[in-house]
Design a binder for this molecule. Sequence first.
Ligand SMILES: C[S@@+](CC[C@H](N)C(=O)[O-])C[C@H]1O[C@@H](n2cnc3c(N)ncnc32)[C@H](O)[C@@H]1O
Length: 457
Amino acid sequence: MNTEKVVSAFSRDLSQELFPANRHLIPNLNDIYELELAFYENLILPDEEIIKNAGYFSRLGSEYTHHFLMCTGESLKLPDHSSSRLKSFFEKNVFRTGYATHGLFPYRGKFHPQMIKGLINVMGLKPGDIVLDPMMGSGTVLVEACLMGIKAIGIDASPFCRFMTQTKLDALTMSLARARGALANYEEVFTYFQKRVGRPKPGSKPSKSNNTKDAMSVMEETAEYLTKKDHQTLTEKDRDTLNTYHFLLLAYLDSAGYAERSARKLPLAQFRAILERYLFVAEKIQQVLAGLETELAPAKVLEGDARLLTLDDNSTDGIIFSPPYSFAVDYLANDSFHLNFMGIDSDTLRDRMIGLRGRELSEKYQLYREDMGRVLTECARVLRPDCFCTIIVGTNNNQLGKVFGVSPEAVQGLHEILIDMGAGCGFKPVKIMSRPIIGISNTMRREYILILQKTSH
Ligand SMILES: C[S@@+](CC[C@H](N)C(=O)[O-])C[C@H]1O[C@@H](n2cnc3c(N)ncnc32)[C@H](O)[C@@H]1O
């Protein structure tokens, strides 16, 4: 037995071997891909950028990074009646999804926000540059870029995604006074939206409000009127009304979605808990931002088609996106309550949704591949030469194995297919990392982070 060797090995420390002594990693850094991203951030970022924009460092010497402060913040006291679920949500997710406005609306397939911060850094993007997410979903890339001072454009085929993303961005800066008032009158607000938007479950019985003050009546018409106008021309008060309305509506839609999926809580109680969480999240990030004097960058949120981008050639400095993993998730079925409310015809939208086109599963898969070819061609067109396009993708091996009558292991990975297609559009893979998917390991275990560089001019 060579105990000396063991003791000598233990005297060394992995993070000290990899990083300078004054650069401290964030707590809860659990995955290898996170350590890889931290490693590249360390190589690429000078000290002042570590402080401002690093995703995986908590401290430079004695100075805390902005990311660390955004995650932990001045710990706001949660109201006494807060549920233990709400309290544990913030404790568990402080370095994951629970910071900034990422905690608003749990969209399926949403990015891990910290990973986006790390990727924006390792792709060499700097304040003033433009990053594009052509399939933005709930807008994780846009919120992160905005916080980092990097301009962003987000596009999604679903109008609900546009609404959700815009609301999350607005919540970074909007006045929260009226939303706070709405929380105090949550029964009235809930009843109002139930009438306006519809009930998540037939037969659910929210308790009636005795409050005679109608907090919402003024807002409805104003908000409807304002949504039709050009946002640029809004007065501050108009904008405040609209932002508050959208904030409350997103919370209502979120609670309606929960109520449809689970009967654990009555819709009214769900609404109250969700609105409480939204306010907590928004207040916390606004408080931190006020102390940091960071310049938030503008973000453009569009409804559109990633296969036909309405952007100029060579107009973006970086692209980050995650496409549907072939037909693994039916985004329209998931969002049906919200889309119905918005008056969207799901059948028309289905024709634009990648992964949902086609009848038989094998036809869906074929169309998926064709569509992804068009998306990559468009990405290559709008990206500046030498810049990077990062794609996060996993493969629904089990489903595809059944479709093709082969074992899940014999199914070709979507990441390999996208790399091959990308090569045909002038993209060269420069780095491939993989990360575990938590929670659905019976369907999909890993996803891949592909960093491609545009080589053709
Ligand atoms: C995996 S999700 C993206 C989630 C996102 N990364 C986030 O952080 O929330 C894929 C998205 O692609 C969108 N999508 C599907 N077909 C599209 C198309 N033709 N053009 C643009 N977006 C599309 C879906 O609506 C869905 O929101």
